[in-house]
Design a protein around this ligand. Sequence first.
Ligand code: NAD
Length: 267
Amino acid sequence: MMPGRLDGKRAVIVGAGQTPGETIGNGRATALLFAREGAQVVVVDRREDSAAETAAMIADEGGRAEVVVADISSEDECRRLVSEVVEMLGGIDILHNNVGIGAGDAPPHHLEADVWDRIMDVNLKAMWMTCKHVIPVMREQRSGAIVNVSSTAAIMAANNLTAYKISKAGVNALTQQVASGNAKYGIRANAIMPGLMDTPMAVDAAAAATGRKRDEVADVRARAVPMGHQGTAWDVAYAALFLASDEAQFISGVVLPVDGAQHTQVG
Ligand SMILES: NC(=O)c1ccc[n+]([C@@H]2O[C@H](COP(=O)([O-])OP(=O)(O)OC[C@H]3O[C@@H](n4cnc5c(N)ncnc54)[C@H](O)[C@@H]3O)[C@@H](O)[C@H]2O)c1
C-alpha cells in the first residue's frame, strides 16, 4: 500500500458535519480525504448526528475517527474541545477550520445588527478562538499546520452580502497574523478561498431560501465561473490536504483561491 500523505498526523476538522443535501460538503469531504491519507481524524461539529455520520463514513472506509460535539462560538467550548482532543490523542498536528455561515446576510443598508453579530461570531471570532486554544499545544510540540476556510467573497464584489464578506476578509487577515507570529514555533497557517462550489450549504440552501429549483441555482452559479462549472467539496479538500501536509512545509500565510479562475475577474 502507498504511504498516506498524512500518515501519523492527528487532525481536528471543525465543522466536519454537513448541511443535508444531494452533494457532499467541504468539511465532510476534507475529513474523509484526510482519513484516507492516513490521518487520525477528530470530527468536530455542533450537530452530533451530522458529526457521527461523517465519523461512520470514515470508519466504513477503514479509517479512524473520533467525534467531539462543540459549538465553537463559545470560548469555553473551544477550550474543552482542545483539552479533550489532547487527552485523547496526546497532541494536535492539524487544525482545519471549516465552519462558516451566511444565513440572513444582506446589503449594508438592510442588514440586521443581530445577523451581523451572529455571522461575525461564528465565522471570525470562533475561528480565532479555535486557533487561540490550539496554538499553545502546537507551540509546545514546535509543529503544526492550520488551514482556515475563507471565501472568494472576501475579495470579490458580492453586493447582497455584508457580514459574510467582511468576516471572510477577517479570516484572511487572521490567517496571516497567526502565520507571522508563530512561524518560529514551527506552526504554519494558510487559508483557502473556495469560489462557487456545488455543496448543499451553497446550492440547496440558496434554492430553499429563494424558492428556486436546485438545478436553476446550480446553473446560474456555473455560468459565473470562468471554467464554466462549479467546483466540488473535493477541490477544497485536496487543497487543504496539500496545505496541511509536510509537502507544504515552507508555505505559510498564503490565501489560496480554489475557484476555477474566478478571482482573475478582479483587478
Ligand atoms: N460552498 C461554497 O460555495 C463555499 C464557497 C466559499 C466558502 N465556503 C465556505 O466553506 C465552509 C462550509 O462548507 P461546508 O460545505 O462544509 O458547509 P456545511 O454547512 O455543510 O458544514 C459546516 C458545518 O459546520 C457546522 N457548524 C456551524 N456552526 C457551528 C458552530 N458554531 N460550532 C460548530 N460547528 C458549527 C454545521 O453544523 C455544519 O455541519 C464555510 O466556511 C463556507 O463559508 C463555501
